[in-house]
Design a binder for this molecule. Structure first.
Ligand code: ADP
Length: 325
């Protein structure tokens, strides 16, 4: 078994609140165990450029309360190519990195898995994405903060909707995942939630809006999950006008949901995951992801986390509909 001395850590894909807590936990747990941590700047791109920074306990001081990632992140198209990954493995060997911690989503984990399969690099994944859409774990770092940010925004929109007796369609992030939309829908008392995969059910949305109006509600909020790209809310707006004569205003929340100070839940889980990642590497695990399962942080084989979770959470949709009558 390789004796672990140096650990590399990088963030990849979209940033999410809590990534800094995970970085801090990895760095400090590593130092506590006599290892040297190296921060790799800007994800797989930085790895290929050899952008490695030795880190100490002070490098991660005063960061856990901040969103984003001090290591920065990137999307690196070339990493899909086997020759480029061969070069990446070569760079890791040259820099004497014995294990690589990757904080990111399922895409980043696919890159890590390829590095492990093709070049036997020891890899640990820490799930960091606001979408909570990675299979193998109940939770991904950043989801709670993103939902809270969207809920705060919808609460403000509700004030205006109520004052002007309007219907608003609020589009939240989620890259085709319904998780943020459904949570926000429940937490803001939305009348309906539009899923990205389904055909928009205009009859159901219109009847929910009309039902509310008939019992004296003067405003409605429809939460819309983004599809492949932002803008599904405009399709919903057009259909409601054309089919039912309902005027709805659109608000796309966009990137405000990515940043911001991580919630206590995100800080706590990220800290536990960072600690666990280093502990498992030291215990000899070769390719795994720190996972949150039934309220506990544990680890699962990396292969279990390479896909998106395809959950429709019908019970949450039922909750939205039941509570908004
Ligand atoms: P996320 O990790 O948040 O899902 P992406 O899907 O954008 O974000 O992936 C982040 C990066 O991970 C990509 O830019 C690429 O460098 C790497 N990556 C994604 N998928 C693969 C893959 N199948 N093989 C190798 N590398 C990948």
């Amino acid at each position: 078994m390789t004796q672990i001395k140096n650990i590399g850590i990088l963030c990849s894909g979209g940033d999410s609140p809590g990534m800094n807590c995970a970085i801090r936990a990895v760095v400090r747990t590593a130092i506590n165990n006599g290892l040297q941590p190296y921060g790799i700047v800007r994800g797989y791109q930085g790895l290929l450029e050899g952008n490695f920074i030795p880190m100490n306990a002070s490098s991660v001081g005063n960061i856990l309360q901040h969103g984003g990632t001090i290591l920065q992140t990137s999307r690196c198209k070339e990493f899909h190519e086997p020759d480029i990954r061969k070069e990446a493995a070569h760079i890791l060997r040259r820099k004497k990195i014995d294990a690589l911690v990757v904080i990111g989503g399922d895409g980043s984990f696919n890159g890590a898995w390829a590095l492990h399969e093709e070049h036997k690099v020891i890899v640990a994944g820490i799930p960091g994405t606001i979408d909570n859409d990675i299979s193998g774990t109940d939770y991904t770092i950043g989801f709670d903060t993103a939902v809270q940010t969207a809920v705060d925004a919808v609460d403000k929109i509700r004030d205006t909707a109520h004052s002007h007796a309007r219907t608003f369609i609020v589009e939240v992030m989620g890259r085709r995942s319904p998780a943020i939309a459904l949570h926000v829908g429940v937490c803001t008392g939305a009348e309906n939630v539009i899923y990205p995969k389904d055909e928009i059910d205009f009859d159901s949305i219109a009847s929910d809006i009309k039902r509310g109006m008939s019992r004296g509600k003067n405003s409605s909020i429809i939460i819309c999950a983004e599809g492949n790209k932002p803008g599904l809310a405009y399709e919903a707006q057009k259909g409601l006008k054309e089919k039912f004569g309902i005027d709805a205003h659109v608000c796309i929340l966009g990137h405000i949901q990515r940043g911001g100070n991580p919630s206590a839940i995100d800080r706590f889980i990220a800290s536990k995951m960072g600690y666990r990642a280093v502990s498992e590497i030291l215990a000899g695990k070769q390719a795994f992801v720190t996972a949150y399962i039934k309220g506990e942080v544990t680890s699962v084989p990396l292969q279990e986390c390479l896909k998106k979770k395809d959950e429709y959470l019908p019970q949450n949709m039922e909750l939205v509909k039941t509570l908004s009558i």
